[in-house]
Design a protein around this ligand. Structure first.
Ligand code: XMP
Length: 171
């Protein structure tokens, strides 16, 4: 496995992102919404560094990749989400790839009455985005490689690794 971003680099950047987020919200309450499962470790680490009135909640968003592949079909489940009407939302995900997931979830949260939605991602894959959409907080731009660790998985494995890695063929 090739290490792309070390655990120390992740820690330092998450610290900086927390500072950027505190400056942006300037003491105002924020509701953090993480997209499971990839957001898990990023969210847990980031929110412990944010000194603001804060609530945290989770949703799931999964794309259907069945026998008839219909691109862009996304199932959003928000049964665990509290009432977000009038709330300022910070939506967190592990990685921005094509942008389809985040664009759809932002629209969904606005539909549910959010006062505002800002987006934070740990990673942004360069040259992959298909949906025009700008995240507000980005940890690291990365090349177009399949990455694992720090929440990111391959077949639900590797999420617990403290660094971001790239799997080599056959691993
Ligand atoms: P879109 O294309 O909607 O996709 O921006 C975002 C979701 O795709 C998954 N994804 C990855 N997961 N390693 C992963 O473990 C990767 O390199 C990768 N690229 C995309 C991820 O679930 C993300 O939320």
């Amino acid at each position: 496995m090739e290490v792309l971003i070390t655990a120390d680099q992740v820690r330092a950047r998450v610290d900086e992102m927390a500072a950027e987020i505190m400056r942006a919200y300037d003491g105002k309450p924020v509701t953090v919404v993480g997209i499971l499962t990839g957001c898990l470790i990023f969210t847990a680490d980031l929110i412990r560094r944010i000194d603001l009135p804060l609530r945290v909640a989770f949703i799931t968003a999964s794309s259907y990749r069945g026998t008839t592949t219909v691109s862009g079909l996304l199932e959003i489940r928000d049964d665990l989400l509290p009432d977000i009407a009038g709330r300022h939302i910070l939506l967190l995900d592990d990685i921005l790839d094509t942008g389809k997931t985040l664009a759809r979830v932002v629209a969904h949260l606005i539909d549910r009455g959010a006062a505002s939605v800002k987006v934070g991602v740990l990673l942004r894959k360069l040259g992959r985005q298909e949906v025009p959409f700008e995240p507000d907080f980005v940890g690291f731009p990365i090349p177009d490689k399949f990455v694992i660790g720090y929440g990111l998985d391959f077949n639900d494995e590797y999420r617990h690794l403290p660094f971001i890695g790239v799997l080599q063929p056959g691993e």
